[in-house]
Design a protein around this ligand. Sequence first.
Ligand SMILES: Cc1cc2nc3c(=O)[nH]c(=O)nc-3n(C[C@H](O)[C@H](O)[C@H](O)COP(=O)(O)OP(=O)(O)OC[C@H]3O[C@@H](n4cnc5c(N)ncnc54)[C@H](O)[C@@H]3O)c2cc1C
Length: 377
Amino acid sequence: MSQYDVAVIGSGPAGASAAYSLAKKGISTVLIEKETLPRYKTCGGGFVFRGRRNMPFDISPVVEREFYQINLYFENEEMMLTTKRDVPVISMVMRDDFDHFIIKKAKELGVDVKEGHKLNGITFGEMPTLHTSQGDIQAKMIIAADGALSPTAKMAGWKETRKLIPALEYEVEVSPEDFERLSQEVRFDVDTIPHGYAWSFPKKNHLSLGVASARKVRIDLKAHYRKYVEKLGIKEVISEKAHGFQIPVAPRTDGFYRNNVFLIGDAAGFADPVTAEGISNAILSGQLVVEAIAEAELNPQKAGELYQSKLEEDLLPEVITGVSVSKWFYSQRMIRNFLMKKYGDYFISAMTDVFIGDRSYPRDLMKSLKRKIKELV
Ligand SMILES: Cc1cc2nc3c(=O)[nH]c(=O)nc-3n(C[C@H](O)[C@H](O)[C@H](O)COP(=O)(O)OP(=O)(O)OC[C@H]3O[C@@H](n4cnc5c(N)ncnc54)[C@H](O)[C@@H]3O)c2cc1C
């Protein structure tokens, strides 16, 4: 049976970049992926600059478009907020190409990539055995990067404490006239769907359109998508492919390490709670767990403690603030719109600084928001 220091389950941005960083540190690594690669991943494919600037290599070969400006529209309001930066605030990627690009980089550094290997079970012990659809593998430590459903987390005994929201995304081919018009901007349309937003992300030759609700409710996403297509004034849809999935937008409350298993990316619940943008924190959490494993000299328990403290330092405060901001932003529509009319330029500029990695959400953001509301009423 093959043995490794670390087995990474899932080859999305979290798993592939963790595997890359492990190999870079000379740690023997296997990357286990159930699909045949490259595989399609349901995602808008908007990669924010804070993630891009954090990449250990240039990803331009898989970037389809770059946007230096973002536009935020509000339903039924005469209001559009816009902001521009001198770096690509959002880079558009197709996730099959993007993820595969990182996997290939990891492979070049010596990572053993096992595609078409579905993890079915784990026998825990000092040296856990992973039972895959194509045989058993042993590894001292396991990194669960297997996304929103994270079967690995379930196998290791985690209960569900994340908040998962529904999202629907379409890859849409439109007429050349519509594409020419709509490919000029990245746009977010707040309230186009109740307690959520719609987006239009232009790719090389098509649009990625989608809707997401920040509330975990039963909702007819398809009907809201149809309305959005109408709202965008799209006259002809040449082809469209629908993909629905869930996004975890609140971190687990019962830890990120146990039984030699570390959780990263969506498996941990690290997507931004306001925007549901998950790629950048998936990559960051992958880097943090590798630092922890290396600093702990492959001692699992010590690495678990270090990983927790690194998350508390670099990632959790922002995500936890994001959870409160998201609740407020999507449920207090009237007060929010009132504040946006007054302070919208400041808001979108601050959000953009978060997107590009120049700042994080201020830890006392909710306090200052409440202060502002009191001043105004
Ligand atoms: C509709 C939609 C739109 C989105 N749009 C954006 C966006 O524009 N920008 C953004 O930043 N984020 C977006 N997100 C969120 C983003 O897609 C995720 O946060 C991100 O993919 C998380 O990366 P990950 O590596 O943790 O998991 P994933 O990318 O989900 O990768 C998990 C991998 O694990 C594999 N796997 C699962 N089970 C097993 C198993 N048993 N054995 C082996 N392998 C397994 C899967 O096949 C997959 O390859 C969107 C999500 C949705 C649903």
